[in-house]
Design a protein around this ligand. Sequence first.
Ligand code: SF4
Ligand code: SF4
Length: 198
Amino acid sequence: MYPFVGAIAALAKGFATTLQFAFQKKPTVQYPNVKKQHAPRFHGLHELRRYADGKERCIGCELCSIACPANAITVIGAENAPDDRRSPGERYAARYEIDELRCIFCGLCEEACPTDAIVLTPRFEMADYRRGSFIYSKDRLLVPPEAGRGTAPDERPNGIPSDLGGVIEQKSTVSIADGYGATNRGEILKTERKGLAG
Ligand code: SF4
Ligand code: SF4
């Protein structure tokens, strides 16, 4: 008799715990359909920014590469041609690559950059099948010309530094809320897989 009562009591105790949590707000979100808000200072995938006139902010100085503790950044600068200026400075980044597998998302590259060219966005959906896909070259990092912000230095009135692109308000072209789906890697992966299968 007593063991039976003990078992019932244990069951009741167990179900009481279940019932206690059954009607509480669920902490689990149905990702990717439901997306959780990032912390405002979240460090995700990098992007290379432009000025409002479309010029690249990066001047190929390599300071980000030197500051990077993971040796993840490769920059090779080149002289701007007078008839084809890519950046306001003398030089621009002819080659710019970040190995996102080496990156520890510390943000030191962003801190070191004198022109606010390299920033970390809220994007984090970078999963992939090949190591090579994590090498983000300049064509993947550079924002489109229409996403440029801030006045380029050689156009500043009286040489007085102007807005550098709303770094504090929204430093990257990706808003915190949009950060999740912004890389579109899913569609790219589907295409790559089709290519492999074919
Ligand atoms: S976030 Fe840190 S580890 Fe990643 S590239 Fe920048 S400096 Fe290097
Ligand atoms: S991203 Fe900034 S720090 Fe890095 S090479 Fe370009 S200008 Fe220099």
